[in-house]
Write a protein that binds this ligand. Structure first.
Ligand code: SF4
Length: 281
């Protein structure tokens, strides 16, 4: 067994959150550059150039790359041979989120009660946290700073078991088409297929943690990722929703067994500000 003091999580997580809100992962930057090369001169190319100018300024000045600095989503995987000592781990996770948002001058975007008075919590707490266990003695935390212009375009479809592949594609493409420019395209789509209604939604977020070039290991599903990407780009929504060749940078699927009577499909829509983080301790 290995021992880890929970306080040792604080600085790496805080720093990863602060970095994530300022600099996009390399695969997303490459995806945006590819979209620029493929776009014809016009409004969509202009949007992409503004995005890269904006990213350049954010990086140089160490300021948030978007005014919506998102709600933090963390996937915390705990090795079965790891003992975590000290303060409760969740308390340390909360402190890292709070301090990252304060020190990074990130907008606090979380309201305490979703319906009643919607008072801002003032510290971007709480994050949404999913826990699971892994073999080994590591603590791995992956996360997203999830903007809500795109989150509001996410959908769950409870399809019939006989609906099949074509209906899955049609449903996802309809969600993107209905959203138009609202989710700040070019988008990245995380798709969860199977499980239950809620589990499919969780899978769709988990899918967003993967890099653009990390395709599903099962060729059936990697083909499906490509087919959905092609159909989404064929909508012509384009960057910023102004019409163009690239509406999505990538599509990533996670799947899980499901009940004989159902076919849950969830799509989490992320924007070009696809802010991911990962630490391993
Ligand atoms: S959807 Fe994304 S790019 Fe648009 S405002 Fe929100 S965080 Fe920023």
């Amino acid at each position: 067994m290995r021992t880890l003091k929970s306080q040792e999580v604080y600085i790496p997580l805080k720093d990863a959150i602060m970095q994530s809100g300022v600099v996009l992962p390399d695969d997303i930057l490459l995806g945006i550059e590819k979209a620029k090369r493929e776009e014809e001169d016009g409004p969509a190319l202009s949007v992409l150039k503004h995005i890269t100018d904006n990213l350049s300024i954010a990086g140089k000045k160490h300021i948030p790359l978007c005014q919506d600095t998102g709600m933090v989503i963390l996937f915390v995987s705990i090795g079965q041979e790891l003992i975590i000592e000290g303060d409760p781990l969740e308390k340390v996770l909360y402190r890292a989120v709070e301090d990252a948002y304060e020190k990074g001058l990130f907008r606090k975007s979380v309201v305490e009660d979703p319906l009643k008075d919607r008072k801002n919590s003032g510290n971007n707490l709480p994050p949404v946290i999913y826990y699971d266990f892994l073999p080994g003695d590591r603590l791995i935390i992956k996360g997203l700073l999830k903007g809500f212009g795109s989150e509001n375009c996410s959908r769950v479809f409870m399809l019939k078991p006989t609906d099949g592949r074509e209906k899955v594609i049609e449903s996802v493409v309809s969600a993107v088409r209905d959203a138009g420019g609202a989710p700040c395209p070019p988008v990245v789509l995380g798709i969860g297929i199977g499980g239950t209604m809620d589990y499919a939604a969780k899978l769709s977020k988990k899918a967003l943690l993967r890099k653009l070039d990390q395709h599903h290991p099962d060729p059936y599903y990697s083909d499906l990722e490509k087919e959905i990407l092609d159909q989404v780009n064929a909508t012509g929504i384009g960057s910023g929703g102004v019409g163009g060749k690239t509406s999505a940078l990538g599509v990533k699927i996670e799947k899980f067994p499901t009940h004989i009577a159902g076919l849950p499909v969830a799509v989490s829509v992320n924007c070009w500000a696809d802010r991911r983080l990962e630490i391993s301790l």
